[in-house]
Design a protein around this ligand. Sequence first.
Ligand SMILES: NC(=O)C1=CN([C@@H]2O[C@H](COP(=O)(O)OP(=O)(O)OC[C@H]3O[C@@H](n4cnc5c(N)ncnc54)[C@H](O)[C@@H]3O)[C@@H](O)[C@H]2O)C=CC1
Ligand SMILES: NCC(=O)COP(=O)(O)O
Length: 392
Amino acid sequence: MYKLDEKDITPVQSRPRLALTLGDPAGIGPEVILKALADPEVSKSCDLTVVGSRSLLVEIYTKLKLAKNSQPLANPEELSIFDVPLDKHIQDEILIGTGNAASGAASFAYMETAIAQTLADQFDGIVTGPIAKSAWKAAGYNYPGQTELLAEKSGAKRVGMLFVARSPHTNWTLCTLLACTHVPLSQVPKVLTPQLMTEKLDLLVECLEKDFGLQRARIAIAGLNPHSGEQGQLGHEEQDWLIPWIEQERKNRPNLQLDGPVPPDTMWVKPGQAWYGNIDPSAAISSGDATRSPWRALALTTTLSTSPLRVNPSQAADAYLALYHDQGLIPVKLMAFDRAVNTSIGLPFIRTSPDHGTAFDIAGKGIADARSMKAAILLAAELVSQRRKVKL
Ligand SMILES: NC(=O)C1=CN([C@@H]2O[C@H](COP(=O)(O)OP(=O)(O)OC[C@H]3O[C@@H](n4cnc5c(N)ncnc54)[C@H](O)[C@@H]3O)[C@@H](O)[C@H]2O)C=CC1
Ligand SMILES: NCC(=O)COP(=O)(O)O
């Protein structure tokens, strides 16, 4: 009798199982989650469990249903929820639109629960709602962000903050890794070292290969100072260590193309052009882009159609290594605030998050844009599937 060999058996894979933390309940996290979950593309892509306080979610849902500009919302009664009940005095102190110790304690409890459940293999990954670091601090949790908590709890020695956004115009993907993240600007030159850069480059290369199936990547590395220091005249870090470090890495990694240090102001010209690409401005007008933002159609007409600088997406790099938070995130948010995804790399599981924060100024009004949350869920599902393929 023919006996099946293990290798002949096609494993039946379940859909990606994702935990979705509510984030700070005083912010827009619950709203963008309810909006994203009302989208059939999202619900079809994976099995989602909201990790948060059921009674708070129901309360917020009821308020949002009454808000003027509300788009379709998922009904909490129809969702899978891992309930994290709060003490009554904490729940009573949560005020929509104001981050405080109570909202910080709640969002911290959701994250701790999601991480523990994921480490216990109940989920393949976590999509996190936005939290306020100041609210965590007020609640007594002194972490610079969720990334650091995820790294600590999962035992990851190295972790990276990668922003991924797919262009709606060209389908080109902008991948930006931050060499240092939640670091005050005055500390940046002290925190950046060749060792840290090597660690981040290792993480980026591993992620591009394993998660995005990209070998022999071309990576652009930013300089720190104006004009990358202008040979020492405008800053010394490039001469002191960044240029020697890049030269050494080129020798160590002959399969990669490492560009840099690229002057930080011009670093984003090619990604910007690859993002908007060959778009026909009349298409932007007919798709409604121009009615929403006429300046954009104008910019597309005057710059992209006529500029000799226009590049083909293939001239852009596969990934960008920015040296600090705002150097990388200003261009990401300028191009893709509505769709960029914050992806933690180096963890033993997938973690994504929308690129925006708690937006306390608009919480409860029903006007929050859920596209970045939707992109975060879809990317997490895609990355779980990709990792399963790599493992097989
Ligand atoms: N992944 C996370 O947990 C993140 C958390 N934060 C935290 O969020 C808090 C507020 O940070 P901010 O710098 O004010 O950034 P923010 O992203 O919360 O808000 C910046 C501006 O964008 C608007 N905005 C943000 N998301 C929006 C959306 N989905 N739809 C429509 N408008 C939106 C806000 O109304 C505000 O005017 C801080 O405590 C920060 O630490 C910030 C970024 C990411
Ligand atoms: N600006 C990115 C950000 O603040 C996200 O931080 P984290 O909570 O994902 O660590």
